[in-house]
Design a protein around this ligand. Structure first.
Ligand SMILES: Cc1ncc(COP(=O)(O)O)c(C=O)c1O
Length: 415
């Protein structure tokens, strides 16, 4: 395995470990050491690991077969649940990952609009396909709307088809859409971008300007779906896009994603159109997988229990506010940014309203913070703290103690 890792997530020198098992909010490595987990599989494990009802649902499905590439009851039920839960979903199409969901949302948008170009926001991440990996983390950003590839191997031609706008800057975004709307198929946005909260009116303004010009608005709800609210960011912020992409929580820890939208757009996926210029080819061996669907359905059933989101937000707020208070105690210039279910600390004194503000954050300090947390048994994503429903008050107490010590180490090592 190149680099000895699975992707981009690395633990830091001397802190590497191999997971033996996970339950609830905890991971254990092969030496038996326990960690409190705020990576949560990069987000899917909102209920915590190996939740009994998810395990039971998966076990029930396993003995009935693991994949068919044919209609099956769990995937039909999951599509019905998505339509019930998410305002923009009238029809759904399944994929095997969040990256595929955003990729095919953009493809169907291009087919519907008969235009090729898309707009995304600087710093927004939509997965690892060629259109998504544009201006996600440029060290020296270009003037808007020029796109910069974040990876080798992306054809230069793609840069031409992606326009990049500044998140939370409605005036600039509106002006760019007004100028380029005739070539634009869609604007794709993480409604809550990484850990940056949308400014009041930003998503509403984006909705209005895209509607005015007939450009499709795509919400990437891969992180926010079923996490900020049962109906996702569109319910939480009260703005309904044309299309939405899902992954992570939807499949309760199995590989599955989805695209949802109105029938007028989704009909382009219909195989009855095969052979016509309108047809959008979207298929995959494991799409509609019944084991993933069973895990997803069991996860969503738990999330529908009364009081679930209040509990998630209360746990997240305690951690988030405790982290901010600890940074203050240690005299560190820091912003703890984000909504309670997923947030992080940025070592900057600037308000974090867009990607360029995140560039002012001290990269060495966050690397030290992440390493010092891990050294003390707290696992987090490089730039996120994911909160689960399995984290107890005792976990929160223990974590706040670790945050405090890690911040003391940051202060000591970067005076
Ligand atoms: C907002 C967002 N969109 C899309 C993706 C891609 O999803 P996947 O990793 O399932 O391909 C991610 C993954 O982290 C994400 O955070």
């Amino acid at each position: 395995m190149p680099g000895g890792v699975l992707g981009n997530h690395r633990s830091g020198p001397g802190l590497e470990f191999v997971v033996r098992e996970a339950r609830g909010p905890h991971l254990w490595d092969t030496s038996g050491r326990r960690y409190i987990d705020y990576l949560l599989g990069s987000g899917p494990m909102l209920l915590g690991h190996a939740h009994p009802s998810v395990v039971a649902a998966v076990e029930r499905q396993l003995s009935r077969g693991t994949t068919y590439m044919l209609l099956n009851e769990p995937i039909i039920e999951l599509s019905e649940e998505l339509v019930r839960a998410v305002p923009c979903c009238e029809q759904v199409r399944f994929t095997s990952s969040g990256s595929e969901a955003t990729f095919f949302a953009l493809r169907v948008a291009r087919a519907f609009r008969g235009r090729d170009r898309i707009m995304k926001f600087e710093g927004g991440f939509h997965g690892t396909h060629d259109y998504g990996l544009m201006s996600v983390s440029p060290r020296s950003p270009k003037a808007f709307p020029a796109a910069m590839p974040d990876s080798a191997g992306i054809p230069h031609a793609i840069e031409e088809d992606v326009l990049v706008a500044p998140y939370n800057d409605l005036a600039t975004t509106e002006a760019l859409i007004a100028q380029h709307h005739n070539q634009l198929a869609a604007v794709i946005v993480e409604p809550y971008q990484r850990v940056i909260v949308p400014a009041p009116g930003f998503l509403q303004g984006l909705r209005e300007v895209t509607r005015r010009y007939g450009v499709l608005l795509v919400f990437d709800e891969v992180v926010t779906g079923f996490r900020l609210a049962y109906g996702g960011a569109q319910e939480y912020y009260g703005v309904i896009p044309d299309l939405a992409a899902f992954g992570k929580v939807l499949a309760g820890g199995f590989p599955l994603g989805a695209i949802g939208g109105p029938a007028a757009i989704m009909r382009y996926f219909d195989a009855a159109l095969e052979g016509t210029p309108e047809h959008v080819w979207q298929t995959g061996t494991l799409n509609g997988n019944p084991v993933a669907a069973a895990a997803g359905l069991a996860t969503l059933a738990e999330l529908r229990r009364p009081g679930t989101y209040a509990r998630l937000f209360a746990t997240g707020a305690r951690l988030r506010d405790g982290l901010a208070a600890a940074a203050g105690r240690h005299g560190l210039a820091a912003r703890v940014s984000g909504e309670p279910p997923v947030f992080d600390i940025l070592f900057t004194d600037r308000e974090v309203a867009d990607y360029r503000a995140t560039l002012t954050a001290d990269r060495r300090r966050i690397a030290i913070f992440n390493e010092e947390c891990l050294r003390r048994g707290v696992v987090k994503a490089v730039n996120k703290i994911y909160v689960s429903l399995a984290h107890t008050d005792a976990d929160v107490e223990e974590t706040l103690g670790v945050f405090d010590q890690a911040l003391a180490a940051v202060a000591a090592r970067t005076p």
